[in-house]
Design a binder for this molecule. Structure first.
Ligand code: GDP
Ligand code: MG
Ligand code: ZN
Length: 279
């Protein structure tokens, strides 16, 4: 039989196949020795549900660990926790590096939407689709549903930003457990413990535990290539290893000067560059 791995716990893999969920395993004695990720398309035996093989993946993310994703939905709350341009640019760089399209969903607009105009303007300039939502008032939920149809999407964001709440607003049958925001911690308490794929209109949406920090593990040069808005432009810089700081004839510096790249993006680029490993 053939199906999609929708979750895994220890050595048990839940596989959705033709509307039925099977709990399968990997047996060491079988020929198949590779790793199985949530998101994988697999074939498994129909007698005792043993995974035999994994179909080729078109993408594989390491954090969160999930395969075959078509788009990354970066969820940022406007408040609790506060919106951070730095985190947004960092995650967009990560998505670019993995060659997976990303969209931004701003959550909790019912609490505070003062910054919405500015944030949207900046990301629209960089051609990154940005949506404004509230799980409380349902603002933006229908729009988000439209862009999830027929795709495998993964919700990524700090714990407490409202990923699970958004999923419940999309379909209350998902019944995702909601955490709470802790003033003291400055973040949410983890409620979602593992990556889970939820079927949605000919596709899937993945809920993930959220992160407190992410080491990009990219070199400075990779950051200089994959930072949002830099992707094609850097190819025209005078030096092929340009880090877009003070180099001669740098196309990124020119684009910042001309306002094509917002200065806030560039400021965060310089900050992110400090986190880059050596070349
Ligand atoms: N006011 C408001 N609170 C929200 C909204 N979405 C989530 N929350 C609250 O934020 C906290 C964390 O939500 P949760 O969905 O567990 O976040 P997750 O960790 O990203 O999955 C909970 O207390 C939710 O009630 C929203 O749109 N508006
Ligand atoms: Mg959650
Ligand atoms: Zn440059």
């Amino acid at each position: 039989m053939v199906g999609t791995v929708i979750s895994k716990k220890y050595s048990t893999y839940s596989i959705l196949s033709d509307g039925v969920i099977y709990n399968a395993s990997i047996r060491g004695t079988l020929k198949f020795k590779g790793h199985v990720y949530v998101g994988d398309e697999v074939s498994f035996t129909d007698s005792n549900y043993i995974i035999e093989s994994v179909f080729p993946r078109h993408s594989l993310l390491k954090r969160p660990e999930i395969s075959n994703v078509d788009q990354i939905v970066l969820v940022f709350s406007l408040v609790e926790p506060d919106f951070s341009y730095f985190l947004a640019f960092k995650y967009l760089t990560y998505a670019n590096y993995n060659e997976i399209p990303a969209i931004i969903v701003l959550s909790k607009s019912d609490k505070d939407d003062k910054q919405v105009g500015e944030i949207k303007e900046i990301f629209n300039k960089l051609n990154i689709p940005t949506y404004v939502t509230s799980s409380k008032t349902s603002e933006g939920i229908e729009e988000v549903k439209t862009l999830l149809k027929g795709k495998k999407s993964v919700f990524v964001g700090q714990s407490g930003v409202g990923k699970s709440s958004l999923l419940n607003a999309i379909n209350f049958n998902y019944d995702r457990e909601i955490g709470e925001y802790s003033e003291a911690l400055g973040r949410g308490k983890h409620k979602t413990k593992e990556v889970v794929l939820l079927p949605f209109e000919n596709g899937y949406i993945a809920d993930t535990p959220g992160f407190s920090s992410l080491d990009l593990n990219l070199s400075k040069l990779e950051i200089a290539h994959y930072f949002p808005g830099f992707e094609k432009l850097y190819l025209s810089c005078f030096y092929s290893n340009c880090l877009h700081q003070k180099e001669k004839d740098c196309k990124i510096l020119l684009a910042v000067k001309e306002g094509i790249i917002p200065s806030i993006a560039y400021e965060n680029y310089l900050k992110l560059l400090l986190e880059g490993d050596k070349y």
